[in-house]
Design a protein around this ligand. Structure first.
Ligand code: SF4
Length: 261
């Protein structure tokens, strides 16, 4: 996930994707398409995943962390920030403050000082300190491994919970951020106007064998190939399986031709 901006975030603790039950369409909506993509069948989805995954090693987050607590804090920090910027901040934070107790000891002002290069830092500092307090008071200083308990933590909504459940606890959840939302809608894997619709659709169609890593495969595909503005359809490994009606056409410009006039 290096360098990619986690545009799913939003100030106020519960970021956009974290309001997954919310109704708001996401920025990855395939706007401009004459028609929504036709839904893929399970068989077509299986073929798409075979080609998308290929023989690549399982991808994972590029956020740097050593334990579930550090992952949780990094994911909260990553709302509307790049993974690179989060890693830079946590690199100076985690060695001495990588536990709820130590981070709580920093206090809101102290934490803010260490993360102020990241967007929405004041809100994030407030949420993280409140989360540390709750972890200590109600969970023995441990990050809970269940969705319900995770979603009671300040700054943690459905998307963040899905990332933590998937990456720290190995649950086959799919966190729908702006990239996953866009790829799912364009390809026809799971069409929907809300992240919850898309998440539910993906959980129903992604082959079991690929559920664990689907989230990261789809994020990377959206970030580097199926980009929001100009998807790289001519070079896309799943172009044949994708049902997006407005694919980017191949570049017909003859190589080497100087078109400047
Ligand atoms: S063919 Fe184009 S629209 Fe479809 S998944 Fe690939 S890059 Fe995205």
């Amino acid at each position: 996930m290096a360098g990619g901006k986690n545009t799913a975030g939003r100030e106020g603790g519960k970021n956009t994707a974290d309001r997954a039950g919310g109704k708001s369409p996401q920025p990855g909506t395939p706007a401009g398409a004459a028609h929504p993509s036709a839904p893929l069948t399970k068989r077509q989805a299986a073929r798409l995943f075979e080609k998308l995954v290929g023989d690549k090693p399982p991808p994972t987050t590029e956020l740097v962390f050593r334990n579930p607590f550090e992952l949780l804090v990094a994911v909260i920090l990553s709302a509307q920030a790049t993974d690179v910027s989060v890693n830079k901040a946590t690199n100076g934070l985690y060695p001495r403050h990588g536990t709820p107790q130590a981070m709580l000891g920093l206090g809101e002002a102290g934490l803010l000082d260490k993360i102020r290069t990241i967007g929405l830092a004041p809100t994030k500092a407030r949420n993280i300190i409140a989360t540390c307090r709750l972890l200590l008071e109600e969970h023995g200083g441990q990050v809970p491994g269940g969705r319900e308990a995770l979603e009671t933590l300040p700054g943690v909504g459905r998307k963040t919970a899905n990332v933590v459940l998937n990456t720290a606890f190995g649950h086959p959840t799919i966190a729908v951020d702006t990239h996953v939302f866009r790829v799912a809608n364009r390809t026809g894997l799971a069409t929907g106007k809300t992240v919850l619709e898309v998440e539910t659709g993906l959980l129903g169609i992604v082959p079991k064998a690929h559920l664990q890593h689907a989230h990261h495969h789809l994020i990377l595909h959206g970030r580097y190939v199926c980009k929001a503005r100009k998807p790289e359809c001519p070079a896309c490994p799943i172009a044949r399986e994708c049902h997006w009606p407005d694919k980017t056409p191949p570049d017909k410009t003859p190589a080497g031709l100087n078109t400047a006039r």
